[in-house]
Design a protein. Structure first.
Length: 101
């Protein structure tokens, strides 16, 4: 650091240290932006996992929807089922519970 430059000191380092770090980061991002194959590789490393996660979430939502739909269908079928059934046997007919509910 420079002596007598206390106004420019940032937690023990010079402002020039921060500027150097900024310039290093900028050159790194410029390298990525100007290199199509590197940009493509970095983009693919984020896009492909994002697509997989989106498919997994969509699959989970469809599974929940199918489960709820199946439950409501079964409940509707149970409501349509008669509580008593008439059974014909050799000695006549009897009414018995159908076993629903």
């Amino acid at each position: 650091g420079r002596s007598g430059a206390a106004a420019n000191t940032i937690s023990g380092g010079d402002v020039s240290d921060g500027i150097d770090m900024f310039q290093t980061m900028r050159s790194f991002f410029d390298t990525i932006a100007n290199n199509p194959s590197l940009k493509s590789t970095i983009l693919q490393s984020f896009v492909e996992p994002s697509i997989i996660i989106a498919i997994l979430l969509l699959n989970a939502m469809v599974g929940v929807w199918q489960d709820l739909s199946a439950r409501s269908s079964l409940e509707a079928l149970e409501r349509m089922q008669p509580r008593l059934a008439t059974v014909l046997r050799s000695n006549g007919s009897n009414s018995v519970e159908s076993g629903v509910g």
